[in-house]
Design a protein around this ligand. Sequence first.
Ligand code: C2E
Ligand code: CA
Ligand code: CA
Ligand code: CA
Length: 277
Amino acid sequence: SKAIGGRSFRFYAPAMNERQHRLLALESELHRALERKEFVLHYQPQASLRSGKVCGVEALLRWNHSERGLVAPNDFIPLLEETGLIDDVGLWVLRQACQDMRILAAEHGHAPRVAVNLSARQFSSQRLAEQVAGVLRDTGLPAEQLELEITEQMLISDLESSRATLESLRELGVTVAIDDFGTGYCSLAYLKRLPLHVLKVDRTFVSGLPDDGNDLAIVEAITLLAHKLDLQVVAEGVETAAQLETLRALGCDMVQGYYLSKPVPLSTLAGAATLTV
Ligand code: C2E
Ligand code: CA
Ligand code: CA
Ligand code: CA
């Protein structure tokens, strides 16, 4: 292979090796992170606009790195997905979130519903419902206290197997939310025909409230549509009182965002769970 490529080979090879090296190093670091229990979950409360109280939380993954500190998911989840490690980490997240809610319930008498993000690989796995059932059985969390978040793209990439997966999740009693709603390419017709429960309005539409007329129209339309289809609406990324009041006026069901609370570790969630809007 020495003869092939000549000068350009020598020029490009070290750069590629370096990138591959970094990815390999990161991959084995992520392997070790799972073994060393360096992954942690933070929980962000969601409040009902009807009762004003916290009714749910979203589990959000962090990597507690010995040197780099708390690493955000966007910095490592893509690699977990690429390497397939997301299968193990995703199952760990599911189990940990259910366990944590049981701990909270044991200490405080009750726990909010917990929403867990699924990766595309997890959602397309034939074993998803079986794994969810196993985790619920092992942890003792009631199925109605678990919500799974998927995106529009995951739903439509294989509509028939999505439908089968959603049906078996519904049979278990688990609810399903469409995350980042409005940013993908979901045909509205699908929404009506699939067993879904919640639409999470993406924060890019919330951020323009209350002044941006387009965002106002989009959020209002999504809310009307969702309610006609018997779906609940959660607004994500709510950062100001004005946004919250606008969402309330538009008939949105729940809010989640820094205005209510940032994602917090389990140890401080009980305090955050008493917040009101
Ligand atoms: P997401 O599911 O859309 O989660 C919401 C993200 O918005 C979180 O970022 C959250 O911290 C952030 N956020 C919440 N409120 C506000 C706000 O008021 N303003 C702003 N600017 N941001 C807000 P985070 O925790 O960095 O997570 C990023 C993404 O990583 C998530 O987006 C989700 O797609 C993915 N992710 C997180 N945990 C998991 C997991 O356990 N499994 C999988 N497959 N993906 C995960
Ligand atoms: Ca989410
Ligand atoms: Ca989201
Ligand atoms: Ca997102």
